[in-house]
Design a protein around this ligand. Structure first.
Ligand SMILES: NC(=O)CCC(=O)C(=O)O
Length: 258
């Protein structure tokens, strides 16, 4: 399958409507791809906490509607990155959305691990509680978001739910970009899955973003990697490699602790 990771250079000085229209245009331009991925919180910004309450939307709000239409127009599976979801009773979630090529929402994942050590996201967002996987014609996708990448136990659980391709949108800063590169490969190697890790570029709320979106195969090889700036990273991947890797090097059969 052909995948494209749209590493958006998020400029929060730009009006949100323009950023939404531009992102939708970039998705529409990916006709011919099978799966397109956008980063975490690319519309409200991953680090501009002050905007989150005002920018919160419901699951069928303006971002979801624009992304649904773009997925349908392009005829692609679209992981639309994440929104600030306005949940029931004043709750807020960092929720990623997956649309099928018909524009129908197939999955919504509320980020489980919140970043900030009692401030920022950890203080302002509520934690998700459910793992999310979604079957597609190209294999089962397992959804995770940014900071989740640091919690390997989550990925074992996603593996046990059939994940073959992990899709991980992020707003990961430049100062820890080597952690990002290392952990994306580690999650691929230890679970023998493809990892599609789509980061943001640019600077948000004085926090330079790391870029370096990556497509990693189940052997841990980097199939494609972006630079630091805004970029569309496209790669061909063969998801049959998941079963082949697990058969040729059956390390997962030696698990003893669950
Ligand atoms: N948006 C995030 O989850 C940031 C995570 C991060 O900066 C880190 O894990 O380091």
């Amino acid at each position: 399958m052909r995948v494209s990771l749209i590493q958006l250079e998020v400029d929060l000085a730009e009006p949100a409507e323009r950023r939404l229209a531009e992102a939708a245009e970039q998705v529409r331009a990916r006709t011919g791809d099978h799966l397109v991925v956008l980063p975490e919180l690319w519309l409200p910004g991953g680090w501009d906490y002050a905007r989150w309450d005002a920018d919160a939307e419901d699951l069928d709000g303006p971002t979801a509607q624009a992304m649904s239409a773009a997925a349908r127009d392009a005829g692609v599976w679209l992981h639309a990155g994440s929104i600030v979801e306005r949940g029931p009773e004043g709750a807020h979630y960092n929720t990623s959305l997956l649309f099928g090529p018909d524009g129908v929402r197939r999955a919504a994942y509320r980020k489980i691990h919140r970043f900030g050590f009692d401030s920022g996201e950890a203080a302002l967002m509520d934690p998700g509680t459910e793992l999310v996987t979604c079957p597609t014609p190209y294999g089962t996708l397992g959804l995770a978001t940014c900071y989740d990448l640091r919690f390997p136990e989550m990925f074992r659980l996603l593996l046990d739910q059939g994940t073959e391709v992990l899709v991980i949108p992020a707003a990961w800063p430049a100062r820890r970009v080597e952690h990002w590169r290392l952990l994306a490969r580690a999650r691929a190697v230890e679970n023998q899955v493809f990892v599609l890790a789509c980061n943001t570029a640019g600077t948000q709320a004085d926090m330079p973003q790391g870029g370096h979106s990556m497509v990693v195969d189940p052997w841990g090889e980097i199939v494609a990697e972006a630079g630091a700036g805004g970029q569309v990273l496209t790669a061909e991947i063969d998801t049959a490699l998941v079963a082949k890797t697990r058969a040729d090097f059956p390390v997962l059969k030696d698990r003893r602790l669950g």
